[in-house]
Design a protein around this ligand. Structure first.
Ligand code: 4NP
Length: 150
């Protein structure tokens, strides 16, 4: 069993999509996916309605998700922790209690563009088109993740 955690800032736009897409594509109980945010503004909320919409357009249902904050125990509970951007990556690394914990943290787009350290742009203050762009990036990243886990 590989346990994967997707992390963004609010856990309502990007990481719920990453969680939903990877779980949908995995089609196996050998991979368990969850998501979390580094900030607590939206804890307990459903994903952003625009994330729900673009997921639905791709037949992925993310309405079972509720936002939660990243917690220290996540370093023990997950094998891989994917940050959506460099700011989030830095925030997670700052909390890491050990080198072993730090090594679990990766930038998700490095799965597609190795070592380029690209960000999944925060779409919160943007339009539905930005959410569709985020979906496309995460869709590719999740394909690579599954390929690399084989
Ligand atoms: P996310 O997007 O990190 O992809 O969930 C955001 C959602 C909310 C806020 C920022 C980013 N916010 O400032 O409330």
């Amino acid at each position: 069993m590989t346990k994967i955690l997707m992390v963004c800032l609010g856990n309502i736009c990007r990481s719920p999509l990453a969680e939903g897409i990877l779980q949908f594509k995995a089609e196996t109980s050998k991979i368990q996916v969850d998501s979390a945010g580094m900030e607590s503004y939206h804890v307990g909320e459903l994903p952003d309605e625009r994330s729900i919409q673009v997921a639905e357009e791709n037949l992925v249902d993310i309405t079972n998700q509720r936002a939660r904050k990243f917690q220290l125990t996540d370093f023990d509970d997950y094998n891989i922790i994917y940050a959506m951007d460099k700011f989030v990556y830095k925030k997670i690394i700052e909390k890491a209690p050990s080198n072993e914990a730090k090594e679990k943290v990766k930038l998700i787009l490095n799965e597609v563009f190795s070592d380029e350290n690209l960000d999944v742009p925060d779409p919160y203050y943007d339009s539905i088109f930005a959410f569709r762009n985020v979906y496309k990036m995460l869709d590719e990243a999740c394909d690579s993740i599954l390929q690399n886990l084989k």
